[in-house]
Ligand binder design. Sequence first.
Ligand code: CO
Ligand code: CO
Length: 320
Amino acid sequence: MRDLPLVSDPNLITGIEHAEDAGVYKLSPELALVQTVDFFTPTVDDPYTFGQIAATNALNDVYAMGGKPLTAMNIVCFPVKEMDIGILRDVLRGGLDKMREAGVLLVGGHSVEDSEIKYGLSVTGVIHPDKVLFNRGAVAGDSLILTKPLGTGILSTAAKSGEIDPQQLREAIDSMTRLNKKAAELIMENGSIHACTDITGFGFLGHASEMVEGSTVGLRINSAAVPLFNGLQKLVEEGFVPGGLYRNKEFRIAQIETADIFPSWLLDVFFDPQTAGGLFFSLPAELAASLVGKMHSAGIGAAAIVGEVVADHPGRIFVY
Ligand code: CO
Ligand code: CO
C-alpha cells in the first residue's frame, strides 16, 4: 500500500500511513468513526467455527483502536455451483453469533461467486477522538503486555494435515473465537495505555516492529514470559509452518536481534501469522501488574507482561 497517494484531511485521525488496525475519522470533537475490513479463506474445517473466527478477527481491529463496534456488513465469496449452500449458512451463523456477542448489528453485506469460499466483515465503530489507541507512542520504561498465546497459524497448518490432537486444536479455536472486547474494556478503563495493536497476519514480532519502526524507542522481549500454545516446537521442527511465517520473518528480521543462544523454532513462532490474536500494548511499568491481574480475574488467563520499552536501540527489538 506504500505506493498509494496519501490522503490528508484535518478530520482523519489515522489513515493508511502507519499500518494502524483501523481507520479513524473525526465527526465532531466528541465522536470519531472507526472503520475496518477483513476477510479470508477458511482456517478451519468446520464452517460455523470459521464464521466465528473471521468475525472475531474483523471485530478485534476496532477493539485494538480502543473503539466500540456498532454495525457490520458481511463480505462473502462463495462457489455457489460447487458447494452446498448450507455450508454458507453455517458460516454466516457463526459470524452472526459473534456480532451478537459483541453487541454489533448486521446491517448489510455483499456476496460474489468465487472459486473458493471467503468470509469476513466490514465493521464500523465509534470512539472519542482523544482516546484513540495508536500502535505507536510507546515510552521508554513502559511494560509490554500480550493477552493471547501465539501459534494459531502453526496449529491451523498442522490441523489441515491431521497432525495434531483434537485438544490442541480446541485450545487454538477457543482463542481465535475470543473477542478482545473485555481486554479492550479493561485497557480503556486503565486509561494510561501508550501504544496498542492486535497480533494478526504479520505475527508477534511483525506487529511489534510496526510499534517501534522509525521511532525513538526499541523493545526488549523476554521470550520465557510470552504465552504460547503447547506442542509448537515439535510442529515447527516437523515443518508445519504457514507460508506467511517466513515472509514475515524475511521482511522484519533486520529489525530483530536475539540473545546468543536462542532457539530457532521459537523465533519462527514469533513470526507465525495469527488469526484473531491478542492485544499487544505498552503502559507505565507500575500499572502493568495490576492490569494483568484484572485481566486474569476477567478470564483472560494468558495475559502476561512480556517485555519492556527501552531507549537504547531505537526502532529495534531485542529478544532474549
Ligand atoms: Co489489527
Ligand atoms: Co486487520
